[in-house]
Every structure is written in structure tokens, then in C-alpha cells.
Design a binder for this molecule. Structure first.
Ligand SMILES: [Fe+2]
Length: 338
């Protein structure tokens, strides 16, 4: 059985092919297009995968997309309506985006691959992330955590993996998001979102976490270890151009940038380690698999076994949306079909 997994139209588009559940090939479109973080439909990556697998597209049993476009559309629509008229620019830009490409992914895939659309399946974004980490890990049993900017509505999730299946327990929803919190500071410090986060992480090592009192104004930890963002400081939910509000700019202007990066790093460490402590308490599992764009923060990752009760941790190197192409295919093979 051949399954093709696809992720695209946000950032880091990619494709992967499984043969009877084994990973045959995985690659990102940027390797062919030479456009960093290329988000376009991964036509060349798919062609490469088919060539490496030695098959034509009509040999594919299933084609799986790494998220559910209609739920993502619903989120954009609901948020736009909630914050109307302040969200007008966000509404216009996201509707244009969805109505030109994202919403019609099924017909785009069927058309590009010349296939029957009944073979096309959709896996929720965070289940794709969870599957990338669990099914490529060495563990038979593990707790899982996923954290990113946002999928459809979900921004983070956790659960249990055993008997080759993934069982979600709880999720955190937009606009409360560790990834969007991090990206807001990335944007405020003058870097490109989804590219500059690594630079902020490096800057954190050069500073001191002096501004924790300010961080506590913009983000709170709930009892169940989820977070609540104070939306007075953010504008990503109603603007297509700005992540942060005037109030945020006033709060953080004229501060040492390295100390600010350091304060952000300390803040997300406290959030993630609190979440992991909570997940361990609930699951009592000693293995952790962790994925999503936030799992690219290697400073956090290096401290997990020291700061939490987890004894072993597996984080796939393609833990961001690129790996979603692999995760959605693995999820269908192992969780849905097996
Ligand atoms: Fe993601």
C-alpha cells in the first residue's frame, strides 16, 4: 500500500510517501524551488517522491493532507466576525487567501495528480504533528505534546500513545498560543515570522530575564497548564499586518533587546515545563514525544529531562509543518487503517 502525505499553503510545504507504513521518502519543496520556507503546492517534491518510490500517481492508495481546510476557514471567519469592524483588513486578506487556494485543496490535489478525489483524506493539524513524533520515535508507549502557532483552531494538544494508536486528551485553542506569543516578539524585534524565531532564541543567551513582570501582564498560566493571552496586547486576531497592539509596543519599547529575548525564553520555558509536569502527573508515562513549531526551540528541549519527570524524550527533526506531510500519512496508515 502506498500513501502520499502533503503539507502546504502556510509555510514549509513538503511531501512524503509510505510503503506499507514504512517511510520511503520525504522532502521539502524548498529544496527544488530554492525559495526558503516555500509554502506553495509541493509539485516538485511530489514528483521526486513518486520517482524515488518508482511508481506513478495512479498507484497511490491514499493521498493525505496535513490539516482540515474547512475548519481553518471557519476559524478565520468566526474570528473576523467576532472582532468586526476592527478585523476588516484581516477578513479581506484571509478570505482572499482561502478562496483562491486553501479551501479547494481537495480539487487542487485531484487535479494536479490526475486522481479520483475519493482517495484524498484529511487529518487534523495537531494529530499530524503528534503522529510525526510518535510513529517515528523508538517508543511503544509515550505521552505526547504538540505546540505551534495555530492549526485549525488548536494551538497545542497532549495525550497518550500506546498500542500503535494516538489518544488525544486535551487541547488549547486559538488565540491562546505559545507559538503566536513567540512570533509576536519575533515581529516586534524586527525579524520575519516563521524565520527569525531561531535568532530570538540565540539572542536570549546573551541577555538576562529582567522583564518577567512585564511578561506576566501579557500571558497567564491556567490551572490545567494551558495559557491565556491578554488580547489587549496583541492584534494578530484582527490584523493581517501586525501581530502586536499599540499597548504592547508601549510596554516593551526602548528595552534591551537581548534582555527581552531572554525574558521571553524564560517565560516559554516556565509555560512548557509546567505543561509537561501536568501531563506527566496525568499520564504517569516516562517517555515523551514532542512536536510542532515550538519544539524547534532547542534551549527548551535540552532541559526537558532535567526540569520535568520525563526520562526519555523524542523530538523529530522535522517537527514543524514540513513534518506534517509525514505525520498525516503515518496517522492514516497506523491509526486509521491498521
Ligand atoms: Fe503546525
Amino acid at each position: 500500500m502506498y500513501i502520499l502525505g502533503i503539507s502546504c499553503f502556510y509555510h514549509h510545504s513538503a511531501a512524503a510517501i509510505l510503503e506499507d507504513g514504512e517511510i520511503l521518502v520525504f522532502c521539502e519543496e524548498e529544496r527544488f524551488s530554492k525559495i526558503k520556507n516555500d509554502a506553495s503546492f509541493p509539485q516538485k517534491a511530489i514528483e521526486f517522491c513518486l520517482k524515488e518510490a518508482g511508481i506513478n500517481s495512479n498507484k497511490l492508495d491514499y493521498i493525505v493532507f496535513y490539516e482540515k481546510p474547512f475548519l481553518k476557514f471557519e476559524r478565520s471567519l468566526m474570528i473576523s466576525l467576532k472582532y468586526f469592524p476592527f478585523s476588516l483588513s484581516f477578513f479581506v486578506s484571509s478570505m482572499r487567501n482561502f478562496l483562491t487556494e486553501k479551501l479547494w485543496i481537495k480539487s487542487i490535489i485531484a487535479g494536479r495528480l490526475n486522481l479520483n478525489s475519493e482517495k484524498i483524506l484529511f487529518v487534523p493539524h495537531h494529530l499530524s504533528h503528534a503522529a510525526t513524533s510518535f510513529y517515528s520515535s523508538p517508543f511503544k508507549r509515550a505521552a505526547y505534546l504538540t505546540l505551534d502557532g495555530v492549526g485549525e483552531w488548536t494551538t497545542g494538544s497532549w495525550g497518550r500513545c500506546f498500542d500503535n494508536k494516538i489518544y488525544p486528551v486535551a487541547e488549547m485553542r486559538y488565540p491562546n498560543s505559545v507559538g503566536l506569543l513567540y512570533s509576536t516578539f519575533t515581529s516586534f524585534l524586527g525579524f520575519k515570522i516563521n524565520e527569525g524565531e531561531g535568532k530570538i532564541m540565540a539572542m536570549a543567551n546573551k541577555g538576562k530575564a529582567k522583564y518577567m513582570d512585564k511578561m506576566t501582564k501579557i500571558v497567564k498560566l491556567n490551572k490545567d497548564s494551558s495559557i491565556k493571552l491578554n488580547l489587549d496586547y496583541f492584534s494578530f486576531h484582527k490584523s493581517s499586518k501586525h501581530m502586536y497592539s499599540k499597548k504592547f509596543a508601549k510596554e516593551f519599547q526602548d528595552l534591551d533587546e537581548f534582555d527581552l529575548a531572554s525574558s521571553l525564553q524564560k517565560c516559554i520555558e516556565e509555560i512548557i515545563f509546567t505543561m509537561l509536569q501536568f501531563i506527566y502527573t496525568k499520564t504517569k508515562m516516562e517517555n515523551l514525544v514532542y512536536s510542532g513549531g515550538v519544539a524547534l526551540n532547542s534551549i527548551v528541549n535540552a532541559k526537558i529531562t532535567k526540569r520535568t519527570p520525563f526520562k526519555r524524550v523524542y523530538i523529530p527533526k522535522n517537527c514543524g509543518d514540513n513534518g506534517g506531510a509525514l505525520g498525516c500519512a503515518l496517522y492514516v496508515y497506523h491509526h486509521v487503517l491498521s
